[in-house]
Unconditional design. Sequence first.
Length: 219
Amino acid sequence: MSRKLKKGYFVRGEFIAEGSERDIELKAELKGTDDQSRTDLKRESTELQKLGEALLTLRADLLERLPLSDKFRDAITDAKRITNFEGKRRQMQFIGKLMRKLEAQEVEAVRGALDEQANGSAAENLALHQAEVWRDRLIAQDDAAAQWIEQYPTTDTQQLRALIRQARKDAVPEKPGAAVRHGRAYREIFQLVREALGAIPEPDASIHPSTFNPANEAS
């Protein structure tokens, strides 16, 4: 005997059964609005549902910073524990409902946390850029190592100078006109610099690496 199909409709790929809590909720939201407004509301509802689902993948430190209620945090914790398909689906609908009750600034905070997890914070991106510039400067400029060591005296001087020498050797093309190949030393200099920049305050502005353009220096 075939199972009788439920009556309903789809909203952005989500099946809404007629008479369900979700159906009643959507109809209440759409009541008294024109077609364009209904489309906008459906789009916003779907986006908030997806944001709520994405919260389950958010790092603990980023989740802790969000202005969410204890009820919302408990709902996320419960959703992570649930393995039953139907139970999980219902819990995610509940999280979507909580998302739709957030204030605009709270929703933006959620978007910001998810973006930071995906792309890194502005501070992290700046540190990576500074490490790249310092790495290129150390390899290209003879006096850069002395400036770095003066600014970061805990650096292993012998290790740094050995890496610089090796990186310069690796950068010499095997044949005239061949592309430059970066070896292990090139990557290790970056790692050394990145760790130092992450642990010690930014260098003095007078020798800030952002003023250096490797294209203008001899390798």
